[in-house]
Design a protein around this ligand. Structure first.
Ligand SMILES: [Mn+2]
Length: 322
């Protein structure tokens, strides 16, 4: 949609409706003309601590309007490549999934079905959370892609046992994911600090075949060596909790954690995994704009990391097809 102008609209960053990276707004999720579809999941109904990430999609979209996908692509001078050429890759923003106040399961069902509708059109879903609990319905909605591994980038293992019978809160999505027959193993990166998962949770995840690496592990060994050790399946889904990043980079989240990844380290991880396996879905969680700095740094960072990942994944696809 163009802004009103008596001349050719320039569509500068602060203008227009704040879709992700100023992409086209898709008003009919059942009939997408796209390769990649962004979808907001503005829920924090299942969070244990401080809330605010229901505003995550707003914060990420606002940050994302600083860039856009142009015809011809965007030039990366470090890699000497053009990325995300709008002639080759059509990104749309489908808006948000509705939530029902106080009704976690109906809300999660809305999200699961929205992702299923996108995936069935062979469009790559990119979901903006929301708290980590949104990972599980997204993974359910991706059933149609067949088997895949998860790359879970987070400071927490998210393998906590049910709390008073509630299985679907934000501490447990990876434990729940392991029960899905089409989910293979999970590569956890960035796990650190004093978290909610105990030794038996770690043991269960390892028994399931998961690989668990802290930030220091990745720093010491390098992501390349880790990917040689933990061989990812041909298809992957990336579940990125922004608290994997150092609290200095990502203060606006429910549980900010020190000792996290720097931006460059995260980019190296995203580039490496996108080179190994085909990206089939992305979820970015736990961005809580009410706690952000005045510059909206955390929302901007989340937008940038998503865009970097999409750039690496589409480049890998272009090189495979060339
Ligand atoms: Mn986390």
């Amino acid at each position: 949609m163009n802004n009103f102008s008596l001349q050719k609209p320039l569509n500068m960053a602060p203008t227009g409706i704040a879709t992700f990276a100023k992409s086209d707004l898709a008003t009919d999720i059942y009939h997408l003309d796209a390769d990649i579809a962004v979808l907001g999941a503005p829920f924090d109904l299942a969070i244990q601590g401080r809330t605010g990430c229901r505003l995550g999609p707003r914060g990420i979209r606002l940050g994302s309007t600083r860039f856009s996908y142009r015809k011809g692509g965007t030039y990366d001078s470090e890699r000497r490549q053009f990325y995300m050429d709008a002639n080759k890759w059509h990104v749309v923003d489908c808006g948000d999934v509705d939530y029902i106040p106080g009704d976690l399961m109906s809300t999660m069902n809305n999200l699961r079905e929205a992702v299923r509708i996108i995936q069935q059109q062979q469009v790559l879903p990119v979901v903006l959370g929301g708290d980590c609990a949104v990972d599980f319905p997204v993974l359910q909605g991706l059933e149609g892609i067949g088997s895949f591994d998860i790359v879970h980038i987070d400071s927490h293992l998210d393998w906590t046992k049910p709390l008073d019978g509630q299985k679907f809160f934000n501490g447990s999505p990876m434990r729940n994911a392991a029960t899905l027959p089409y989910v293979g193993r999970t590569l956890h990166l960035g796990i650190r600090g004093i978290g909610s998962s105990g030794p038996d949770d770690f043991a269960e995840a390892e028994a399931h075949g998961d690989g668990i690496y802290s930030v220091r592990d990745v720093r010491r060994r390098g992501i390349g060596e880790i990917l040689k050790e933990f061989k990812l399946s041909p298809q992957i889904v990336v579940c990125f909790d922004i608290d994997a990043m150092d609290a200095v980079y990502a203060p606006a989240t429910g549980s900010p954690m020190f000792g996290g990844f720097t931006y460059d380290e995260a980019v190296d991880i995203l580039e490496a995994i996108a080179g190994c396996s085909k990206l089939m879905g992305v979820v970015m969680t736990e961005v809580a704009p009410p706690f952000d700095d005045v510059g909206g740094t955390t929302g901007y960072l989340a937008a940038r990391l998503i865009s970097d990942l999409l750039g690496f994944a589409t480049k890998a696809q272009e090189q495979k097809e060339a």
